[in-house]
Ligand binder design. Structure first.
Ligand SMILES: Nc1ncnc2c1ncn2[C@@H]1O[C@H](COP(=O)(O)OP(=O)(O)OP(=O)(O)O)[C@@H](O)[C@H]1O
Length: 234
């Protein structure tokens, strides 16, 4: 394995104020696999995910030591180095949350919005990309006649696939999935699981899930987060 094809976590510790959440975690993962994190509620699984796109910096009074190195296209970089632009990081590290969170705009614009933010404005290219990612998440056939309608009118499962498409349109290197199926019914849940497995050809997936059966069906590596440590359990 090439050193560039890895994710390297080195002596990572994290605390909110005086409360340690993660302690001295060192791991090295190959890219393009599904890595699941399970564990009891409140142990820090969502926090762990938020270290990869530095989302915790927006919300909490946290403190991190150690490093996370990712290959964002030009070789391994420490994402906490000072010169790392957050916008670059967040374009390469996509995220889908527990509850679907479509933007209050049309289905089409939900996909093009991140592209516009990234400075891509070519209309024809956009239309092709919209069709491509919606097809990839198996949603295009269901919505192709109403791309201009409000995304919030889609069903929960459709909204979650749309959110996944919105993350995928920027071709992320890493996808963070935080309990992505917990608000879905069984059928929508299985569809999304199949999709997650398909996506590992394209990017590395960090999946937080408390569904043991889901983790068994989808993940290549399984960790349990307990007592501030990640322990490999599968
Ligand atoms: N912004 C924050 N500021 C301070 N403490 C926080 C913040 N976010 C989370 N915490 C605390 O950190 C701990 C870990 O929370 P986190 O949400 O990461 O756990 P989790 O394992 O994902 O939980 P669950 O399975 O219930 O979603 C919790 O005790 C929580 O109260």
């Amino acid at each position: 394995m090439n050193r560039q094809d890895k994710i390297i976590i080195d002596k990572l510790s994290f605390r909110y104020r005086n409360r340690p959440i993660l302690e001295d975690i060192s791991l090295c993962w190959r890219e393009k696999q599904i890595i699941a994190v399970t564990g009891p509620s409140g142990t820090g699984k969502s926090t762990f995910l938020s270290l990869f796109n530095r989302l915790w910096e927006e919300t909490g009074d946290g403190r991190l030591t150690g490093s996370i190195q990712l290959n964002l296209g030009g070789g391994l970089v420490d994402i906490y180095q000072r010169q790392m632009p957050l916008a670059t990081l967040r374009r390469s590290v996509g995220m889908v949350f527990q509850a679907p969170n479509p933007l209050p705009m049309s289905i089409y614009k939900n996909i093009t919005f991140p592209l516009m933010l990234a400075g891509r404005k070519n209309g024809e290219e956009m239309t092709e990309l919209v069709e491509r990612v919606l097809t990839q998440v198996h949603l295009f056939a269901e919505v192709k006649d109403r791309l201009k309608s409000d995304a919030r009118n889609l069903s929960g499962g459709q909204q979650q696939r749309l959110c996944l498409a919105r993350a995928l349109v920027l071709e992320p290197k890493i996808l963070l999935l935080d309990e992505p199926t917990s608000s879905l019914d069984q059928e929508a849940c299985r569809k999304l699981e199949e999709l997650i497995v398909e996506l590992k050809d394209q990017c590395t997936i960090l999946l937080v899930s408390h569904y043991q059966d889901q983790v068994q069906r989808t993940a290549d590596l399984v960790y349990e987060l307990a007592d501030k440590r990640l322990r490999r359990v599968g």
